[in-house]
Design a protein around this ligand. Structure first.
Ligand code: SAM
Ligand code: DTB
Ligand code: SF4
Length: 328
């Protein structure tokens, strides 16, 4: 009987999770006085998660540049003249070598990116499956982000052992077509559904700082928090404005807005990994700690994201040590 107590507690906790959030409720949370918002988020965070545990995920761009989509933020889009040149796809052994190195440096999740509109069957997909199996055999979580996919491809990725598929909604349904016109919000949701039905966990988040309103931010969080179940991980990115892209001249976000996004995501999705993602290079250590207070419990760890710089590993390890957090 006693042995059942933890699982009963877990079941009760999970039954508290809501999937019916409304835009106005979310907007009210986003606009709370900051200290009230962070207090509420930290309270939720402590009920569901170990507050001193931060997951380290390392990113690698396996296929860089030359992408057919026109995402206005992205330096890898073939539609824009940016400093990113199309590169050959990395071979399986080189990817697995990077994964081993990342693991040696403390990462537990290895995320691999392909600048594709969609996955196509063939040798490159077969290599992707081999990369997934290889990363999993090291004992790391494996995440892939490679655009749209079909049910059959999702099932093959699941069979290869894929832990998570990353596919971001990026912004609200209303603002979406000002950012991307070569695919629809519905296309995005369809891929997320394929991933979910194949039994792969969902990694899905977005970007702030693209000129969206607070209501757009709330609407994006609403779409995420009404997915049932919630995505297992939600990356919150700040735009890394890149020369040559249509969003090159966007002003930088106020770091407090990132704190608000992390806190609101935490309250809406108590049991999800909230990943403080792109844009961390522009944040002070203190702003990052505020994001952790607000419930962010994962970061990208490594000197580059896909094509742009990320804080140095040594500095990140030092930060976690200084605040007494455990990397996992
Ligand atoms: N091509 C695939 C796709 O779009 O789903 C996978 C790679 S894509 C680079 C992954 C995500 O990175 C995008 O959905 C976007 O949220 C994020 N991203 C890309 N460029 C960014 C930038 N300049 N600033 C912030 N986030 C960015
Ligand atoms: C996510 O939400 N952010 C990461 C990961 N998922 C793939 C990518 C950020 C990319 C930032 C721009 C670049 O480095 O190219
Ligand atoms: Fe292509 Fe992904 Fe960049 Fe969009 S975000 S241009 S789909 S690589």
């Amino acid at each position: 009987m006693l042995q059942d107590a933890p699982s009963l507690y877990h079941a009760l906790l999970m039954s508290d999770i809501r999937y019916d959030w409304t835009t106005d409720e979310i907007l009210d949370l986003l606009q709370l006085p900051l200290l009230d918002l962070v207090y509420q988020a930290q309270t939720v965070h402590r009920r569901y998660n170990d507050p001193n545990s931060i997951q380290l995920a390392t990113l690698l761009s396996v296929k860089t540049g030359g992408c057919g989509e026109n995402c206005a933020y992205c330096p890898q889009s073939a539609h824009y003249e940016t400093s990113v040149e199309k590169q050959p796809i990395l071979p399986v052994n080189q990817v697995l070598e990077s994964a081993r190195r990342a693991q040696g440096l403390g990462a537990t999740r290895f995320c691999m990116g392909w600048a594709w509109r969609e996955i196509r069957d063939g040798a490159a997909f077969d290599d992707m499956l081999a990369m997934v199996t290889g990363v999993r055999s090291l004992g790391m979580e494996a995440c892939v982000t490679a655009g749209m996919l079909t049910d059959a491809q999702a099932l093959r990725l699941a069979a290869a052992g894929l832990t998570a598929y990353n596919h971001n909604l990026d912004t609200s349904p209303e603002f979406y077509d000002q950012v991307i016109s070569t695919r629809t919000y519905g296309d995005r949701l369809k891929t997320l559904d394929c991933v979910r039905r194949a039994g792969i966990t969902v990694c899905c988040g977005g970007i702030i700082g693209m000129g969206e309103t607070n209501r757009d931010r709330a609407r994006m969080l609403e779409v995420l928090a009404t997915l049932t179940p919630h995505p297992e991980s939600v990356p919150i990115n700040a735009l890394v404005a890149q020369a040559g892209t249509p969003l090159a001249d966007q002003p930088p976000i106020d770091p407090i807005d990132l704190v608000r996004m992390c806190a609101t995501a935490r309250i809406l999705m108590p049991n999800t990994r909230v990943r403080l993602s792109a844009g961390r290079s522009q944040l002070s250590r203190e702003a990052q700690v505020l994001c952790f207070m607000a419930g962010a419990n994962s970061i990208f760890y490594g000197d580059t994201l896909l094509t742009t710089p990320n804080p140095e590993r040594d500095g990140d390890r030092q930060l976690l040590q200084d605040i007494g957090a455990r990397a996992n």
